[in-house]
Every structure is written in C-alpha cells, then in structure tokens.
Design a protein around this ligand. Structure first.
Ligand SMILES: Nc1ncnc2c1ncn2[C@@H]1O[C@H](COP(=O)(O)OP(=O)(O)OP(=O)(O)O)[C@@H](O)[C@H]1O
Length: 702
C-alpha cells in the first residue's frame, strides 16, 4: 500500500482548484500520453518540467524598446480609441506614453467597458508584452499583463514555459502547476547526507519548487542541480526496481539444466549454414548459464539479420534435452507464426514437440494446448503475450525467451519467470541499444551480443531520392518486377489523413496497382490476422512481388529473396526504425538496395539520419547516433506511452548519474535487501513516488 503521505500527490488533478473535467481530460493527454492507464494526477503535473522561461525583467522606456522584444514598461494612459461603429474588425487602441515617447496598446475584439475599467485615462500602469515597431510607431498587441503600480508584485518577472499539447495554454498549465506545488508534502530524505552535500542537491520539495518557480533561465536546465536531483531520484528508483526483480529472480533460483547435446547436434546438422562466431559465442554463454544452478537473466542483443532465431532455438533445445520445457514469446502474431514456420521443420527433426498459442487459437484447440503444456506433452511453446495468461501452466518450464523488441516491460518478464519455479530468462532485442539504455531498461543483466552478420550477407546499398523522382523510381520498380525481383514499399500511414500531407499505404497501393496490377500486395496493422497471413504468404511465394506495407513488417519479417526496400517519407522515421526496415532486405545472397524517398526540403535532423544510414549498416553505431539525435524516449517510443521511459531524467544529459544510481542501488540492496531500515523505508517512498509499485510488492511478497 502506498504510504498515506503520498496521497495528495497521487490524487487526480480534478482535486486541484480550477481544474474541471474537461481540462482534466486535456491534462491526461498531455501528461500521460495517448493510452493512459490512469487519469492525470497531481504528481504528473509536478513532474512536468518547464523547458525554458519568459523573462520580463527587461524594463526599457518606450523609445529604447526593440522590435519583437519582450519588455515591461511603465506608462501613463492618455486616451481610448474604440473602433468606429460597424468596423468591428479594426482594433481597439489605447494610447499611452512615458517620458520618451508614445505607444499604442492594441486589442482585437476588445471589450471597451472592461478595458476602460482596467486602464482609466490618466492612470499609471505597467504593461508587459512584445513591442512592435511599424512606420516609426511603437505598439504592443494584446499585452500579456497590465497592472497598477501597487499590484506590480503580481506581474511574474520570470515565468516558466512548459511543453504543451492541444487544449492547454501556458497560463492554464502555469496555474495548474502552481496549485500542485502547494500539495507537496514533506517527504523523508532517502539520499545520504554526505551525498546530498557533495552533489549540492536540494531536497525534493526544494527541487520541485525551484524548477516550477525559476529565478533564471539556468534554473530550468537539465544540468541545474534541482533537475539533476530529481533525475537521480528517478534513475535510482528505476535501478532499485530492476535490482529487486533481479535479486528476487536469482533468489528464487535453483536448477541446473544440463542437456546431452543430442538435439542441438541434429539441428546444427540440419541447417544449411555454419553459425557465425558471434552466434557460437552467444549460444555458449546461454548454455553455460543454464547449466549453472543460478537463475539465468540474460539479454541477447542482436543487430538486424544477425540470426537470433537459431540461437533461441538452440537454447530451447538445450532446455528440452535436460528434460524441461521452453517458450518463445514474440511481440506480434506475424512474428510468432514466422518463428513457428522457421523453427518447425528443425524442431520436428530433433523430436521437439512444438505448439503455437496466440489470440487466434480458441475453444477446444486452446484447451488442448493448455492440457498438453500441463502434462508436458508440448516441449516448446511459441506465441504472443497470450502466453502470459493465468491458464497457461507449464509442467516444468526451464527456459523463457522474450523476443522483446522493446515492447514488453519488466512486469511481463516477471510474470514469465513466475510460470516456472526456476525458469531461466533470456530477453532478446531486435535493435541494438546503447549501453545507457540497456542499464535503464534491463538493469544489471548479463549481455550477449550478436554483432556479426552471416558471411553470405552482402552490403545493402542505400540511396536517398526526393519525391520529385517518384516516376523514375516506379519505372525502376517495374523493371525489377519484370526480372522477378521482390520489393517492399513502406508508407507511414494506413489511410490518407487530411491533416498530414503524407501518402498512405492505401493510396500507394492503388497507384502501384495501376502500373503493376496483380503483382502488388498490401499489408497493414488494421487488417485481420488471416488477411495479414495471406498477404505475407503471397509475397513469400512470389504471387505478389511488391508488398506495400506500414511498419507492421518492421521487426523480424524474413523473406530472404526480397532485395529492394523503398521507404516513402523516410524523413518521418527514426533511425532505429529505418535500420530495422532496411534490415528486411539483404537477407539472402543477392545484392540489395534501400531507397529512402523523402519530401524536400529536409530538416537538419532528417538530413543527419539519412547521412548516417548511407554511411553504415552497423546497428550498434546507429543506435548511439540515434540517442544523440533524438533522446532516449523517442528511440524506444516510450516517452508518451507510459512505458518504462523516464519522465524527468534524460539518458543523453544524465548518463553519468545513471551509472551512479546503478551502483548506489546495488550497495543499498547489499546492506539492506528488504529495505527495512529507516533509510530503506524512505526508499520505499521513493519507489512509490516513481510508480514502482510492482517492486515494492515484490518486497512485501518476501
Ligand atoms: N550463420 C548464418 N549463416 C547464414 N545464414 C544465417 C545464419 N544465421 C541465420 N541465418 C539466416 O539469416 C536470416 C535471418 O535470421 P533471423 O531471422 O534469425 O535474424 P534476426 O536476428 O531475427 O534478424 P531480424 O531481427 O532482422 O529479424 C534467416 O534467413 C536465417 O536462416
């Protein structure tokens, strides 16, 4: 149970004065993303930090103001000039002066009576806003503030500026945050006094107070001590949670799975290629972990096309040789079925009994799978997250493989672990991720890297061309089709959208069909699973040769004789995604091309991305560049999704703090594994503060 002291922070924002249900909905969208698991809470407002400030300290006289520059000026009101009757579109003007000159305050749709009350002729006012100079005359259109001398203190000289989304203005969010700040309780301190002093960290309350009430632009920089303190807290909470999961898994350990190698030998004999050095090394590391009685918790990081599937199968074979069961969980149904197709024949040769479980297996069939898993008649289960369901009970699960592709979270790994009393866990990622992110999302896991591609691979030639050359490109694609080639054509959207000037798959499909007729297929995420299968099959078998697709094919799809990848609106995709998409070609022995079709003019970041894509196919390097260009949340697509991404910390700014947080988490749990000491209790508050409730539950479960 969350400590009572945090209740005011976890209350819904509607509890704050001035926030009604409508605003609460907008705030939820802004603060908790598009698929919120809960409405916005006070804490979300507090963790929504400003990115800059508006500085009103510039106090010139009228003649010294500059075009477009924010100024706060002391003036005397001279006269009101309402728009002539019937000319409502002309502005309402109020002429003011100081010793240096005259200026007009201009209001469109101004309410005369209200303005007269605010600014009676002859009175002195401070007005704050941007000054416009036109034809030698100064004007201020809709001043941000107009206050009388005795109310000058109400004019905020420095105002925080927050990231916004539709339906919310700076004024509104400022007001909401200010109300939230008053709800801050006194929290216990979880950082040791000497560390606080060394880092000059303020308390959490002080830090939030300073960030939301900055005195200077520097106060809202991620390098400000207040921001760093909170970033450290967030990282410490994350590292503690991961370390708790890890120690819980390790503590629950206790089986050595040692096979005789017979099934692995059959599989190795059956594949038409030699394992790469990296594959051999990874299999070796995994198998030796499994033979060890400690529970395995290993991350297999594979670059695109580096051959993860066979590594996974060999690991499963080892588990099954040792008398246990194994499972591979894929992030999408397409991938689960593809795994089944590649693994199936090899498994059969090796005498491995294989089944698939996705949302599609229903009724009797599903019951049969449940029964055979429980009796041990199925050795290897491939599937989607359907495997997490409570009815799925294994007789003796030895190895759980999560083909994670960034889509699953810590608690799924945990729930998988709970399906086997002593199951070893292997997490696979499809895109290499930089070390800092490995730490963030996986904590202190052991890592195997597939950083070598099969030698039969050829370099994929990558070129960029502007949309203006579309006709030429379609010509090239037709030629390739005539020669029997297979082509992917990726578009960012499923259907046209009036708000975005972007080609959808449907439009592109129709256009290509006009030229190439039956040879063109279509696949996207809104199709039914059976339709998707049919589209994939048609492309695999060569009945269609151009597959127009959204990014549903981004991860893992394997059609080795596809040799051309066209990515339309390449400027809209992130580097990791481009790399993944490109990885769909160059998988066979034929030369392949990737064509990045973009809409000119390209922004700076898009240009940088395309340059990197042309320079390298090394996923590990691309991942580092992506982090540099975009920041961690966007790489993983988690910034807004309520996933395990950070709200406050930034991997690219606070990298060194992450290392410290990881070491601190380890030390803390060494000394106090159950967080039972007084400091441990404070750390529990920290875990709750950053919504690591799962981790605290683990502690309570003992
Ligand atoms: N050592 C090898 N030599 C030659 N071909 C290999 C080797 N290992 C795997 N392959 C083949 O390479 C292709 C890609 O393998 P796999 O689908 O496992 O890659 P992956 O790592 O999952 O890549 P992605 O994440 O891009 O889908 C498959 O067709 C597989 O048969």
């Amino acid at each position: 149970m969350r400590p009572d002291i945090l209740n005011p922070l976890f209350a819904p924002v509607e509890k704050l004065p001035g926030i009604g249900p409508k605003l609460a909905v907008s705030l939820t969208k802004l603060l908790r993303g598009n698929n919120p698991d809960t409405g916005a809470r006070v804490i979300d407002l507090l963790f929504h930090l400003p990115h800059s400030v508006i500085d009103r300290r510039n106090r010139p006289e009228i003649a010294d103001t500059h075009q477009g520059v924010l100024a706060t000026i002391k003036v005397r009101i001279d006269r009101h000039e309402p728009p002539p009757r019937g000319k409502g579109r002309l502005p309402y003007r109020i002429y003011v002066h100081d010793e240096t000159g005259e200026m007009a305050l201009t209001y469109f749709h101004g309410q005369g009576s209200w303005l007269e009350k605010q600014m009676p002729v002859g009175s002195v006012r401070y007005v704050s806003g941007k000054v416009d100079w036109f034809n030698g005359r100064a004007a201020m259109v809709h001043p941000d503030y107009v206050v009388a001398e005795e109310k000058l203190h109400e004019l905020p000289m420095i105002e925080p500026v927050y990231p916004l989304s539709a339906g919310i203005s700076q004024k509104i969010i400022n007001k909401a945050v200010r109300a939230a700040v008053t709800h801050l309780p006194d929290l216990p301190e979880w950082i040791e006094a000497n560390v606080l002093a060394r880092q000059s960290f303020p308390t959490v309350q002080e830090a939030l107070g300073r960030l939301h009430n900055p005195q200077d632009a520097l106060d809202v920089s991620p390098q400000a001590v207040a921001w760093k303190r909170l970033a450290y807290d967030e990282m410490l909470a994350g590292q503690l949670a991961l370390a708790l999961v890890r120690s819980k898994m390790k503590r629950g350990a206790g089986k050595a799975w040692k096979g005789d190698g017979s099934k692995r030998r059959i599989i190795l004999d059956a594949i038409p290629y030699e394992l790469t050095g990296a594959q051999k090394r990874s299999v070796g590391e995994i198998v030796s972990d499994m033979e060890n009685p400690q529970r395995m918790l290993r991350l297999l990081q594979g670059d695109v096309g580096s051959g993860k599937t066979i590594v996974a199968l060999l690991a499963c074979a080892a588990a099954i040789e040792a008398g246990g069961q194994a499972t591979i969980m894929a992030p999408t149904e397409i991938l689960a079925r593809q795994h089944l197709a590649t693994i199936g024949p090899l498994a059969e040769k090796a005498g491995i009994r294989l089944a698939i479980l996705t949302g599609r297996e229903k009724g009797k069939e599903r019951e049969r799978i449940y029964a055979e898993l429980a009796s041990g008649d199925i050795d290897l289960l491939v599937g989607t997250h359907a495997i997490f369901q409570a009815n799925v009970v294994f007789k003796d699960l030895a190895l759980g493989i999560v083909d994670e592709q960034h889509r699953f979270g810590v608690h799924q790994r945990l729930s998988l672990a709970s399906k086997g009393g002593a199951a070893d866990i292997l997490v696979m990622t499809a895109t290499p991720i930089p070390r800092t992110l490995v730490l963030t999302f996986f904590g202190d896991m052991d890592v195997s890297k597939l950083d070598e591609k099969p030698p039969t691979r050829q370099k994929v030639i990558t070129n960029a061309l502007s949309m203006e050359r579309l006709d030429e490109l379609v010509g090239r694609v037709s030629d390739a089709v005539a020669k029997g080639g297979k082509i992917y054509w990726i578009c960012p959207l499923v259907e046209d959208n009036d708000e975005l000037p972007v080609t959808s798959v449907e439009t592109r499909f129709a256009a290509l069909q006009k030229v190439l007729g039956e040879r063109v297929g279509l696949i996207h995420g809104r199709m039914k699973p059976a339709e998707k299968d049919a589209a994939m099959d048609a492309f695999k078998n060569g009945r269609t040769q151009v597959l127009v697709a959204t990014t549903v094919i981004e991860v893992g799809v394997d059609v080795p004789d596809a040799t051309i990848m066209v990515i339309e609106h390449a400027e809209r995709f992130g580097l990791a995604q481009l790399h993944q998409l490109r990885g769909r070609v160059g998988r066979g022995s034929m030369a392949s091309t990737c064509l990045l079709l973009y809409k000119a003019p390209l922004g700076e970041v898009a240009q940088a991305r395309i340059k990197i894509m042309r320079e390298t196919e090394d996923g590990f390097r691309i991942a580092e560049e992506d982090l540099r260009l975009r920041g961690e949340g966007e790489i993983l697509g988690t910034r807004q999704s309520g996933g395990p991404g950070f709200q406050i910390a930034r991997a690219e700014e606070h990298g060194e703090l992450l290392e410290i947080a990881r070491d601190d988490a380890r030390l803390i749990l060494n000394d106090d594994p159950d967080l039972a000491s007084p400091r441990g209790q404070a750390l529990r508050v920290l875990l709750y503060l950053f919504s690591k409730d799962d981790a605290v539950r683990l502690l309570q479960a003992g």
